[in-house]
Structures are given as structure tokens and as C-alpha cells.
Ligand binder design. Structure first.
Ligand code: MTE
Ligand code: CO
Length: 390
């Protein structure tokens, strides 16, 4: 303690005068001192902001839930603004009864609440050929985790009556990109949700207000926002988003397709390039996130010496299937340079691979599904950089 510290010895203005009354902020906003905590984009990444992406500031967040205003955005034709009373969800194709629901109709079906992560298949995609972006927000920020409220997709499909030949579903968005993806009926009937709320409030416009599809554990592209139509068919449609996009070109020229599950992954969010160590040697808290489209995370290991020695991290908070998990590793930093890594294991026993292992298996043409182990270099001054070691 610094003797004579005015923060202790003086009475501050905030301690002397009353503050604003209730209703000064009818829909609350963060403290003015948190103005740096925002979604950010990478200017050279896309040609136009209407078909672009920005990133969740993972290094500024705690726990497992992403605040709605910080969920990364990925739009193919901008944010569509829909009047909810004018919104309709249609079910057609191989059904006994073609149906059209209003928002009010949907809210008369039984509701469910689930926390799920959404990860864009392209998350970490810029890192396939080597370390590139200097910040966890940019290398890993195409992920968010919120509690969805909605109705089970199965209940709506049962209402329409799926014909025995109906084995696939096409989900279509009401935005100008009319985003469409084919989903196998087993998944549609298993755990998909037609959601109208996130973290207790209506979906944000950026996240598909008034209705979005939730496809737990599967790549973000399938979570159709501004959901307007579900067509039932007997084979996949092979839309653009499942042929020229969201397929993985292997070294031998063959493309993997229908790589739906987002596999086990983790990253250290603090320290990281945007969140260096500023306190010098001694007591240090390392924090990070882990997730798997296969279910829960069973274990996270952390290394501070580039993978030579591993320590089991402490998972704290809820461990929910297909949701983010928060982990910590507390250690005494001796002030020497560090190579920080984390490696997650999921409930099916899948272990997060190294980037070299990924490249050996899939070549270097890929963009999607990079769940490789991230390395951060910490210098003696506490500065952090995105690096790769082999
Ligand atoms: N749905 C529609 N209708 N239009 C879109 O552009 N983008 C998809 C998916 N659903 C998209 C969409 C992609 S690629 C991703 S990763 C997620 O929405 C992003 O969801 P978010 O913006 O809520 O983070
Ligand atoms: Co995406």
C-alpha cells in the first residue's frame, strides 16, 4: 500500500455527490469506462461491410455467457430489419400439411432454454498457413455463447407431419442473401431450436430478429438468421453455402463436405496480444475458453513452455454440453519468456490437435474447421504475440 495515496486519503466526487436517478438509462448501457470493449472488424478481410464479419472481444469477457451487444456478427447481405408482426415462418415440401406461423403462433408451443456456443466454421481460418492476426479477438472471436429461448424444431415439424420420404430440411433466411442450408432430419428432430430470445431478451437485429435457427454444436453458417422457411425434401440441396463454401479442399483435390460438427477447441484469452501482462513477475492468472460440438469439455491442459510440460487447468462455472467452458491456471511468473498453449479434451475423448497435425491431415488449402492449438509468446516485458512453434 502506498502511504498517502489520494485515492484513499481524499474524498472523491463520486463519494460526495449523489448520482443520476433511476430511469436515467431505461435500457442500460455499460460503464463509460468500458468504451474499449467492442466488436471489431479487420479492414482488409472483406470488400464491403454488408458481407463481412466482426469479432467478439474474448479478452475482455468473463465466465461463459457472451453479452448480446458483443456477439460477433456475420452477415452475407447486411442486417435485415423485420417488423415482427409481419414475419412468417413457412413449412413446405414433403409434409402432410403446409403451415405458416406468425410469431404469436410460435409462442404457443412449449418453450425451451439452452446455453449453446455458436462458432463460425471460418473461425481461426486466417491462421491455416501460419500465425497472422495479433489478438484473440481476431484469431478466435467468431464464437459466442448465449442462452436461447425458443420452441423445439421437432414440435413444429411434427405439427406439419413429415412424410416418411422427408429425410432432409432446407432452412432459409429472409435477408437479401436468402441464406440456405440443408440439414439432415435426424439433427432437426434431435436438438434444434427455433429461437426468438437470447439471454432473456428478444434476439438482437444482428442475430436474426425476430427468429433464428439454433443448430447446437454445428457450424455457425447453418444457424439461419431471420428464419422464414423450412422445406422438407428427400436429399440435400447442395446450395452455394455447402458446395463452393463450407467445404474443405484437401491436398489431393478432393473436398470434404457436410463437416457440420465444430470439434474440440480451446484458447487462452488472457494473457493474449490485446491483453498483455502489465503487473510484472509474481502472482499471475491465466484464463481461457474451451468448447466442443460433441458435448461437454472433460479437461483442459495448459503449458507455459510451448508444450513441453502440461498442467491441468481448473474449469470453473457451468459445464454444459455444446456451451463455452471457462478455465483458469494460476502460477507465479518468474519474468522469463513464455510460450502459452491450451489443449482441450471433450466428453467423447477427442483431443485438440496441434496445427501441424491438422495440416498433415488436411493440407493447406483449408479455411474452415481450424481447431489447432494456439501459441502466445510472452516477452519479459509482458507483451504478447501470436506465434507458432514446431
Ligand atoms: N443467416 C442469414 N439469414 N444470413 C447470414 O448471412 N450468416 C451465417 C449464419 N446465419 C447468416 C445467417 C453465418 S456464416 C454465421 S457464422 C452465423 O449466422 C453468425 O451468427 P451471428 O451473426 O449471430 O454471430
Ligand atoms: Co459463418
Amino acid at each position: 500500500l502506498a502511504a498517502g495515496d489520494p485515492a484513499i486519503t481524499e474524498i472523491q466526487d463520486w463519494n460526495r455527490y449523489p448520482g443520476e436517478g433511476v430511469d436515467a438509462r431505461p435500457y442500460g448501457t455499460p460503464s463509460e469506462f468500458e468504451g474499449n470493449v467492442v466488436r471489431r472488424s479487420v479492414s482488409w478481410l472483406t470488400a464491403d461491410p454488408i458481407s463481412s464479419v466482426n469479432f467478439t472481444p474474448l479478452h475482455e469477457l468473463e465466465g461463459i455467457i457472451t453479452p448480446n451487444g458483443l456477439c460477433f456478427e456475420r452477415h452475407h447481405a447486411g442486417i435485415t430489419i423485420i417488423e415482427p408482426t409481419e414475419h412468417r415462418l413457412m413449412i413446405n415440401g414433403l409434409v402432410d400439411r403446409q403451415l405458416v406461423f406468425t410469431m404469436a403462433d410460435l409462442k404457443r408451443f412449449p418453450r425451451v432454454n439452452h446455453a449453446y456456443f455458436l462458432e463460425c466454421a471460418a473461425n481461426s481460418g486466417m491462421e491455416w498457413r501460419g500465425s497472422q492476426l495479433n489478438g484473440v479477438q481476431f484469431t478466435h472471436g467468431m464464437v459466442h455463447c448465449v442462452v436461447y429461448t425458443g420452441v423445439r424444431l421437432k414440435d413444429l415439424l411434427d405439427e406439419a407431419g413429415i412424410k416418411t420420404t422427408g429425410t432432409w430440411l432446407l432452412a432459409e433466411g429472409a435477408d437479401a442473401s436468402a441464406m440456405t442450408r440443408s440439414i439432415p432430419m435426424e439433427k432437426a428432430m434431435d436438438d434444434c431450436i427455433v429461437a426468438f430470445a437470447m439471454n432473456g431478451e428478444a434476439l438482437r437485429p444482428e442475430q436474426g430478429y425476430p427468429l433464428r435457427l439454433v443448430v447446437p454444436g454445428w457450424e455457425g453458417n447453418m444457424w439461419i438468421k431471420w428464419l422464414r422457411r423450412l422445406e422438407i425434401g428427400d436429399k440435400p440441396w447442395h446450395q452455394r453455402e455447402e458446395t463452393s463454401k463450407y467445404t474443405d479442399l484437401l491436398a489431393d483435390g478432393v473436398a470434404r463436405r457436410f463437416t457440420w460438427v465444430m470439434e474440440v477447441k480451446s484458447v487462452i484469452t488472457n494473457p493474449s496480444p490485446q491483453a498483455p501482462i502489465t503487473h510484472g513477475r509474481g502472482r499471475t492468472v491465466l484464463s481461457g475458453l474451451a468448447w466442443s460440438g460433441n458435448g461437454t469439455i472433460k479437461r483442459v491442459d495448459v503449458s507455459i513452455d510451448g508444450g513441453r510440460n502440461w498442467h491441468t487447468a481448473r474449469i470453473d462455472g457451468p459445464s454444459l454440453p455444446r456451451a463455452l467452458h471457462r478455465f483458469y491456471y494460476e502460477f507465479d511468473w518468474d519474468g522469463s519468456e513464455l510460450f502459452l498453449q491450451s489443449r482441450a479434451v471433450d466428453e467423447l475423448g477427442f483431443v485438440q490437435p496441434t496445427k501441424d497435425e491438422l495440416r498433415t491431415a488436411r493440407g493447406e488449402n483449408s479455411i474452415y474447421h481450424n481447431n489447432g492449438i494456439q501459441t502466445w509468446h510472452v516477452g519479459p516485458d509482458g507483451a504478447v504475440e501470436n506465434v507458432e512453434i514446431s
